[in-house]
Ligand binder design. Sequence first.
Ligand SMILES: [Zn+2]
Length: 285
Amino acid sequence: MRNLPKQWKWLVVTLCVVVGLVASSAIAQISQNESKTPLQPAPDCQLTGALAKLCPPTDTPTPTPPIIIDDKSKFFNAIATKLNPLPTPKTYEYLILQEYGGIFATTNPQIQLPPKVAFDTAKETKAFQDTLKQVRVNAGLDCFLQAPAAASFNTILRTTPIPLKSGKGKSDCLRTFETTSRFWHRSSNQKILQKIRQGQLQPIMRKVAPPGSSQHLWGLAIDLGQLNPRQTQILNQNGWFQTVKGDQPHWTYLGMSMEELIQLGFKKQVIGRNTYWLTPLLTDK
Ligand SMILES: [Zn+2]
């Protein structure tokens, strides 16, 4: 430097100052960028146990477990607004609901349900039947059903012949209390009826209903002869199902589709060539 001309000395000093300023500016920019970069989780955050406690909380939501409703609850939800009070287990009313009560789960607003699972007297039964719009079915003699059930059955008959069991409407279709009582006493007795009234299931209940408890009193059941698979399918498609276990000729108008029955908790049971749609209250296999 001492031997350089004066102008060269100034040039060297100026260059040093410029290079210094540029370098310090670059360092400042790098440190600023680093401060904006978020902290990366430490590799230990991939671990579990004590080390994981040191990691920041994650945003992963806790999965909610699905709510599972069993068939009995589905069924009781469906009948809750139609029966008050609801029958309690080990009573006569619960037994009747279990064996014949599928109809109380119907969602079809046209169907008129009785206010209780079983009537006690002929007078009480007649009073309910007098509130029904009863329509003649175009089969057999004097066969009447509740209006929506009759309309459905007559629609089927337009394309598909379906035989009644006896051909006598007063037996196969809407019955009086006196008729159901006569049928009961022809097949059973007072002693068995007493056990049923104590809430004990008796095998005869699947052939004939105790007086006052038959779906035939409500105009929602019909007894049919031997059917082929096509006839059975058409009945199902029009809201008719076999709902009393083992009572093969007995068909109930539920006015719903098979899919709805499943959603309402009905149990499907195939016995021989028959498919029954039973309440989920049945406990026997
Ligand atoms: Zn029947």
